[in-house]
Design a protein around this ligand. Structure first.
Ligand SMILES: O=c1ccn([C@H]2C[C@H](O)[C@@H](COP(=O)(O)OP(=O)(O)OP(=O)(O)O)O2)c(=O)[nH]1
Ligand SMILES: [Mg+2]
Length: 151
């Protein structure tokens, strides 16, 4: 897909773009100044609405630089923007740092929107799922990491 219809709800902010050609994410901006105390979260507007077609999905991912530098993340990462959603894309930000606040200015790039194809299968109920080599093993069944053993 080459293009998605987009509306700037905040005409003083530019349309989100990719920082480099070929980047996966379009950088989303905050329309407001944001102050997040240690451990605090907030739902932040981006001033952007898009028309994602059926068979596609928008995914709101954190930005790694902000995550590494200040502990900023997206609570529900990746957030799901459904095909058919026409409202403002909002980002539920969380300051995971327990000692420093996160301070953002209007227009700062806070998260990134990936647009991907998605399959839309329906569930077909059965009584038996059949064999697989993993079976029901999960949650560390294949072996732990050293940090677990140290604890
Ligand atoms: O990070 C996000 C996640 C979702 N949304 C919008 C678009 C999405 O289509 C809608 C609903 O999201 P979701 O299905 O994750 O939330 P819900 O709690 O299940 O709400 P709903 O009952 O409206 O589906 O909210 C955002 O703007 N940002
Ligand atoms: Mg939902």
């Amino acid at each position: 897909m080459e293009q998605i219809r987009a509306v700037r709800l905040d005409k003083d902010l530019p349309l989100p773009v990719r920082a480099h050609p070929g980047d996966a994410g379009l950088d989303l901006m905050t329309t407001t100044d944001v102050y997040l105390a240690p451990g605090e979260r907030a739902l932040v507007g981006t001033g952007l609405a898009v028309a994602i077609p059926e068979g596609w999905v928008g995914l709101v991912h954190p930005r790694s630089g902000l995550a590494a530098r200040s502990g900023l993340t997206v609570v529900n990462a990746p957030g799901t923007v459904d095909a058919g959603y026409r409202g403002e894309i909002k980002v539920c930000l969380l300051n995971t740092d327990l000692s420093q606040p996160v301070v953002l200015k209007r227009g700062d790039r806070i998260a990134q929107l990936l647009v991907q194809r998605v399959e839309l299968p329906v569930l077909m109920e059965v009584e038996d799922l059949g064999e697989s080599s993993r079976g029901a093993g999960g949650h560390g069944s294949s072996g732990g990491v050293s940090a677990w053993q140290a604890g």
